[in-house]
Write a protein that binds this ligand. Structure first.
Ligand code: SIB
Ligand code: ZN
Length: 444
């Protein structure tokens, strides 16, 4: 499943180059920040250390003074095309927000809308230092296209709401399977696929079982929304006699590698079930706060050994795709609700936004600045008032920084953002087309 990340990229190999005088977030317990050198060859980091490496003549060396290098951020849950609905329906209860505002508008989405909505999100994410994202949506061929063009890395999945007649269910399931077959391993291996029933409250049990079977057949991970609100947990107990984690375990979902979005309302027993099956969780603090869904038991989950990463959810419930903000929220909220200022320390928040994100998506070889890892990394401009004094850059990144501080971004060894401008996408056109797409949706 992850072989595509291990093999080297088929894109024409970039020459070897090096960074000197950089500060690097290596996040090792004994040494979170390393000052020195990093060498990149093609799509890989081949050296990182304090010692000057032996470099052949002609190798380009770039000066990294005033830059803080970090692994690219990994956004593990979202619906990217929904950036077209940013600001359309705020301050509402989840079920009403979905049923009255989002779903009627989404029913009108064409492939063109998804293309421009996704482009808008990808532009925002890349410029804000996110190098990998998970997207659960439909018209997913368009998303695959945008990912290919942008140079970004993504775990893509055709999410399916099963509240429809059987023939429509079958059609949607087939679409999900076909998408996974067509796109897994595409874009030089930057795209991986998953299989996603939208949620236990939108997909009947026998329908979820068909997704589990498909994930087995295709040897792919699964993704779903689970226990975002109290109301949906109560509904699950009413309809199926059990809480959602037990319900999904019974349906066989956790026999596949699975990443759950939200997982806010969990009992101790459910936490044990998720830990036992190595289920991973995408914690979405911004979206959970905005929809007043509750506060996930992040420290309890992590103590139980569950890998917890961070997601923005869509720009309709966030309302931006700034992963710095999610890291900061994660570091602050769990201190606030527990009364324990040692909960989710800064370095742990940064791991949630990076390496735990890769692990949550079952991706190997991304998410850390280490020799042998994919060269997915970002450079933050530290030559700014809110980055001084030069003490603890990990603290500054979590408690003081934002997406706007990102200066450069590389994915798979290729630079995609330079001095804050996206090199792979036409920014002006995307802004124009996204606005036009939204106006089109309103007028139809
Ligand atoms: N339209 C699709 C399903 C798309 S999956 C993605 C869905 O997730 C929905 N969504 C967005 N945010 C949330 C959330 O916070 N909780 C649950 N669903 C959400 C979103 O409105 C979208 O319909 C079908 O053909 O079945
Ligand atoms: Zn969602």
């Amino acid at each position: 499943m992850t072989d595509n990340l291990k093999s080297s990229s088929s894109r024409s190999a970039n020459p070897k180059w090096a960074i000197k005088n950089g500060s690097f977030a290596v996040l090792r317990p004994e040494q979170p920040v390393l000052h020195g050198w990093m060498v990149i060859e093609g799509d890989r980091i081949t050296y990182i250390g304090e010692e000057e490496p032996q470099l052949e003549e002609g190798v380009q060396v770039v000066d990294g003074t005033h830059l803080f290098f970090m692994p690219g951020l990994i956004n593990t849950h979202g619906h990217t095309a929904m950036s077209l609905l940013r600001g359309y329906g705020d301050d509402m209860v989840l079920q009403e927000w979905l049923q009255e505002k989002m779903w009627p508008m989404e029913a009108k989405f064409t492939s063109n809308d998804v293309y421009w909505g996704t482009s808008l999100s990808v532009l925002e994410m890349l410029k804000g230092g996110t190098t990998t994202f998970l997207d659960m949506y439909d018209h997913m061929d368009q998303v695959g296209k945008v990912v290919t063009e942008s140079g970004m890395r993504a775990a893509l999945t055709r999410g399916v709401i099963g509240l429809c007649p059987e023939d429509v269910q079958r059609h949607k399931l087939n679409e999900a399977i076909q998408f996974a077959k067509d796109w897994h391993g595409q874009a030089d291996g930057r795209i991986t696929a998953m299989i996603s029933p939208h949620a236990p409250y939108t997909c009947p049990p026998d329908f979820i079982e068909k997704f589990v079977q498909a994930a087995h057949d295709l040897d792919l991970p699964m993704h779903t929304h689970m226990s975002e609100t109290k109301a949906e947990v109560e509904q699950n107990v009413r309809d199926y006699g059990t809480r959602p984690a037990i319900h999904l375990e019974k349906l066989g979902m956790f026999s596949r590698p699975t990443i759950l979005a939200h997982a806010v309302h969990l009992t101790d027993e459910e936490i044990d079930i998720l830990a036992k099956h190595h289920v991973t969780v995408s914690h979405n603090p911004g979206s959970n706060l905005k929809l007043a869904s509750g506060v996930a038991r992040v420290t309890d989950m992590m103590q139980a050994g569950i890998t917890v990463s961070l997601g923005t959810d869509s720009a309709a419930s966030n309302n931006n795709l700034d992963m710095f903000e999610e890291m900061r929220l994660a570091a602050l909220i769990h201190k606030g609700v527990s009364g324990d200022p040692t909960a989710v320390p800064a370095a742990e928040a940064l791991r949630m936004g990076t390496i735990y994100g890769a692990q949550s998506l079952f991706l190997e070889g991304v998410g850390a600045l280490e020799a042998g890892m994919k060269a997915d990394f970002i450079a933050v401009n530290t030559d700014q008032a809110h980055f001084l004094p030069r003490t603890d850059f990990i603290s500054h990144v979590i408690y003081s920084a934002s997406a706007k501080d990102v200066e450069h971004v590389w994915v798979d060894g290729k630079q995609v953002v330079k001095h804050g401008s996206c090199l792979t996408l036409d920014e002006e056109r995307i802004r124009r087309e996204a606005q036009a797409a939204f106006e089109g949706l309103l007028s139809r």
